[in-house]
Design a protein around this ligand. Structure first.
Ligand SMILES: *[C@@H]1O[C@H](CO)[C@@H](O)[C@H](O)[C@H]1NC(C)=O
Ligand SMILES: *[C@@H]1O[C@H](CO)[C@@H](O)[C@H](O)[C@H]1NC(C)=O
Ligand SMILES: [Cu+2]
Length: 151
């Protein structure tokens, strides 16, 4: 019946619409969490990270930690000062800006010898249907310039 099809369409819309523009949560390493001997490069490869998304680093407190580092420190496994570490075992980092982001574990040689390091690229937040992009308005002084300029 026609009404059945209509109800179906509504159901699909209700499912799809809330997803648009919503932030995602990623548990780093999925079920394995934040640990040694895990391929975080492979884990990150097929994922799309956007501004507003959250990374959850889950591990047993004391066994690992999380440092946000720059690209050089990531490559060399250079540890920042210890007081910059996240250590709760349930650390949440919200992606505030687009660009390349790097995270390493500072416990023992987990970064250098056990691959406990994560590099991701965060994209600008995808367009949401909410407020339309603002159209730049011409500065108030622009039209007098045009009149004077043409004379
Ligand atoms: C990082 O490692 C490279 C190559 O081993 C070295 O040339 C560079 O000086 C290191 N950088 C830092 C900041 O330790
Ligand atoms: C990268 O981080 C390391 C360790 O915190 C620091 O010594 C170095 O100056 C940083 N490099 C840049 C280019 O910011
Ligand atoms: Cu570790």
């Amino acid at each position: 019946m026609a009404s059945k099809r209509f109800v179906g369409a509504i159901a699909i819309l209700a499912f799809v619409l809330p997803v648009v523009g919503m932030a995602s949560e990623f548990t780093v390493g999925d079920d394995q969490g934040w640990t040694i001997n895990f391929d975080y490069e492979a884990w990150a490869k097929d994922k799309v990270f956007q501004v507003g998304d959250e990374l959850f680093f889950k591990y047993t407190a004391g066994r690992h930690n999380v440092f946000k580092v720059n690209g050089t420190a990531f490559t060399n496994c250079t540890m920042p000062p210890a007081n910059e570490a996240l250590t709760t075992g349930n650390d949440v980092i919200t992606m505030a800006t687009p660009g390349r982001k790097w995270y390493i574990c500072g416990v023992n040689d987990h970064c250098a010898n056990y691959g406990q390091k994560l590099a991701i690229t965060v994209l600008e937040e995808l367009a949401s249907p909410a407020p339309a992009p603002s159209i730049p308005t011409a500065p108030a002084s622009s039209s007098p310039h045009g009149i004077f300029g043409s004379g």
